[in-house]
Ligand binder design. Structure first.
Ligand SMILES: [Zn+2]
Length: 323
């Protein structure tokens, strides 16, 4: 940043079930942080005021003159240029909320907004497992599947800022209905939710498995059973790895990245699905796309969104990007 005294950036991530806020500096990363429950059921007014309170809290003694801008990672779809959250499936009541303007007015600093998964990609690109890699794809696999694409060193936004919904590419044209309304999305086959659904299906069909003893089955239960030697649970995890692999093959052919970065809670079970994922990729992708390709785990964990929000501010302030 050319303005030497504005050394701090306010960062926030509304992507999960918690509001994560941090005061960051480009040199030192996260300086101060706060994490509070989102309590999304209380609606946009309440969430926005809680967000502003936490941002003021991490500002602390730092003066506004020292803060260059704020970056916020929010669930999409959203308009990254106007700073408007169009709707957010996990934030009830959010429709066309001008989040950047509202927080900007409340705090008196410029505010930039980005899709949480897109910004996690930007965070990994700027500070994490994608550092120095100009063509990379970040995929977060947890309850749902999201992601971000860095192509030629730039975050791919698309015409309306809606690009890179990697979880909603169709894999099975006549398959399972996805919660997005489409049919056969990778999210409907490889997310934590999909893993749990598949396990319930198999239990319902009467197959012999330790999962049959559980009242409810979560993705985590399936991973744990697989690790304890349950063959059916292992089969479900590998099936998820297969579908993830097919999805990645599509992305390789479309974007020719040199690195694919996988984050999200399901990747904690890397040992259970990665072999199947790789086998699928090797057997289906055209050979030239595999040259120099690596697939690695994300390195920023829960901070990816916050670090991405910082990268977004640096990008906008320094390069005038996304204008
Ligand atoms: Zn979908």
């Amino acid at each position: 940043m050319d303005d030497g005294e504005k050394q701090y950036i306010l960062c926030a991530d509304l992507g999960g079930t918690q509001i994560r806020v941090a005061l960051c500096s480009a040199d030192d990363g996260i300086v101060r942080r706060a994490v509070v429950p989102t309590m999304a059921d209380e609606g946009p007014r309440s969430v926005i005021s809680r967000l502003a309170t936490q941002m003021r809290h991490v500002i602390g003694d730092t003066t506004l003159a020292e803060i260059a801008a704020a970056g916020i990672a929010a669930p999409g779809p959203l308009d990254p240029w106007k700073g408007i959250v169009r709707e957010a499936p996990n934030l009830p009541g959010w429709r066309n909320v001008p989040l950047a303007d509202e927080i900007g007015r409340m705090l008196g600093v410029p505010v930039f907004l980005g899709n949480d998964a897109n910004l996690a990609a930007l965070g990994e690109h700027a500070f994490g497992a994608g550092k120095g890699v100009d063509d990379m794809i970040y995929i977060t696999v947890s309850t749902g599947i999201g992601g971000g694409i860095i192509s030629g060193g730039r975050l791919l936004l698309g015409s309306r800022g809606l690009a890179a919904e990697v979880g909603h590419q169709t894999l099975e044209a006549h398959g399972v209905r996805c919660k997005c309304g489409n049919i056969g999305c990778v999210e409907a086959y490889a997310s934590g939710t999909a893993i749990a659904r598949r396990a319930r299906e198999i239990v319902g069909a009467g197959r012999e498995t330790s999962l049959a003893r559980l009242d409810t089955i979560t993705g985590r239960d399936v991973a744990e059973a697989a690790r304890n030697g349950d063959a059916v649970a292992m089969e479900v995890m590998q099936e998820a790895g297969f579908y993830l692999g097919v999805g990645i093959v599509n992305l390789l052919h479309l974007f020719n990245p040199s690195r694919v970065i996988l984050g999200g809670s399901v990747t904690k079970s890397w040992d259970l699905f990665a072999d199947t994922m790789w086998e699928t990729i090797r057997s289906r992708a055209q050979a030239p796309y595999l040259e120099g390709l690596d697939i690695v785990r994300a390195s920023l964990g829960d901070d990816a969104g916050l670090m991405g929000a910082m990268a977004l501010v640096l990008d906008r302030k320094v390069h005038g990007g996304m204008e």
